[in-house]
Design a protein around this ligand. Structure first.
Ligand SMILES: [Zn+2]
Length: 431
């Protein structure tokens, strides 16, 4: 072997080593980048209408474990449990099928808020077609890496507790009593909002929507209630810093008793499993078992940590103590302030108008020349579309022309009904 050849071999070998190291580093950093999820759950049933979903083996790309994501959900049913069960079984599929196939991870995450809207509305339409009258709240949490996306209707909350001790709400309470905007929307769409009248004309209880008497302004199901009780979710998407955080997802059985801050503080330092049990126990201890009570706790932690480190309390230096105190004060003033705690807010939208939520994409032409509905993903032929547009024009002749993406006949009718442009199903019409 000539010296020059030996030298060149050495050079080749040397250039291979850094490459292997690079790949190794890449793999390690990917491992570090993906957090570990540790979850716990606890429930007490009174009526048997609360359901939860924990699915940690979902894949964006079927068959590719590196595309894994997790889903956690709470469904608090009313007037029966069928809407809660139906939603638990079908919502995830309906959301995922609204995301364009072949999307990269970033595209997938960006498409998620819209897909949640489509999936919620599709699930509602499908359930209502069964003709059953029950309804359900939905708090649906999708975790991919450090990114958390929450879609919700009703009053089952999801809160986020981060390392600095800052508690923020990732949902909005769709309760007529507390939500002025929703009250105005329901009234403007033809609903009546008032309290229950008892003998003697005394008004009691929280504000409800009539007909139906529901205290919520959004839900899935509720076929016999006016269609201004919409299934369009509030959606919030945040990205955690790699310090991690804890999610507490629970039905109103908890939130009627504990504030977000109280629930978070009560279980700090405990494992997810014990935390969920403690939150339920705390609610029971305070008020007794008045309602179904369900709690799911998810710790999102760096994969090299086994448990979420408890928020430092006593043993800390003065400087840290000062910082923690300051952050605590911030929480009290503004519970939703996320930027100060290393949580990046990526998306938030709560409008009940489909036009605001589905974007303005031109109708998507498939290879077959059919049009795909942006809500239910069903293909419709252009000839059917012409007639459906005519029908829609008759139904909502006073409304502005729809400028959103293509909707099939059924979903277009649903859209008009939700906006109060068509009498609700329960009422008899002569038009
Ligand atoms: Zn459709």
């Amino acid at each position: 072997m000539s010296p020059s050849k030996a030298a060149s071999r050495t050079t080749t070998k040397q250039s291979l080593v850094p490459l292997a190291t690079l790949i190794g580093r890449e793999l390690r950093s990917e491992k570090l980048e993906k957090p570990l999820l540790i979850h716990g759950q606890a429930a007490l049933a009174k009526k048997g209408e609360d359901f939860f979903l924990i699915q940690t083996d979902c894949e964006r790309v079927p068959g590719d474990p590196s595309s894994a994501f997790s889903v956690f959900g709470i469904f608090d049913g009313h007037n029966g449990n069928s809407a809660a069960i139906y939603t638990k079984e079908h919502l995830l599929d309906n959301v995922v099928s609204a995301i364009p196939q072949g999307a990269t991870r970033d595209e997938w995450l960006q498409a998620l808020p819209r897909a949640l809207v489509a999936g919620f509305v599709k699930t509602d339409i499908e359930f209502q077609q069964k003709g059953e009258t029950s309804g359900t709240t939905v708090t649906f949490v999708i975790i991919d890496g450090w990114t958390i996306t929450v879609g919700s209707v009703g009053d089952s909350r999801c809160i986020l507790d981060t390392q600095g001790g800052v508690v923020s709400l990732l949902t909005v309470d769709h309760r007529l009593e507390e939500n002025v905007e929703e009250r105005e929307r329901v009234t403007a769409s033809g609903g009546e909002v008032g309290r229950l009248n008892v003998f003697g004309g005394n008004e009691v209880g929280p504000l409800r929507c009539w007909p139906g008497g529901l205290c919520l302004s959004r839900s899935i199901g509720d076929t016999d209630v006016g269609e201004y009780i919409v299934p369009i979710p509030h959606v919030k998407q945040v990205k955690l810093s790699n310090a991690g955080g804890r999610l507490i997802i629970a039905s109103d059985g908890i939130w009627d008793i504990l504030s977000s801050d109280m629930a978070a503080k009560a279980c700090r330092g405990l494992s997810a499993e014990l935390a969920a049990k403690l939150v339920v126990k705390e609610a029971l201890r305070t008020k007794g078992l008045k309602d179904d009570t369900t709690c799911v706790v998810v710790d999102i932690v760096p994969s090299d940590h086994l448990t979420l480190a408890p928020t430092p309390k006593k043993k800390q230096n003065t400087f840290t103590a000062f910082l923690s105190k300051k952050k605590d004060t911030d929480t009290n003033k503004n519970g939703n302030k996320l930027s100060s705690v290393g949580v990046e807010e990526l998306f938030e939208e709560g409008s009940a108008m489909l036009a605001d939520r589905l974007g303005k994409d031109v109708p998507s032409n498939t290879e077959t020349g059919l049009l795909k509905c942006a809500v239910c993903q069903i293909d419709q032929s252009p000839s059917e579309v012409v007639s459906s547009n005519e029908a829609a024009a008759i139904i909502s002749s006073t409304s502005k022309r729809w400028e959103g993406p293509f909707l099939c006949t059924i979903c277009k009718k649903k859209k008009d009904a939700m906006e109060g442009k068509r009498p609700s199903k329960g009422s008899v019409t002569t038009t």
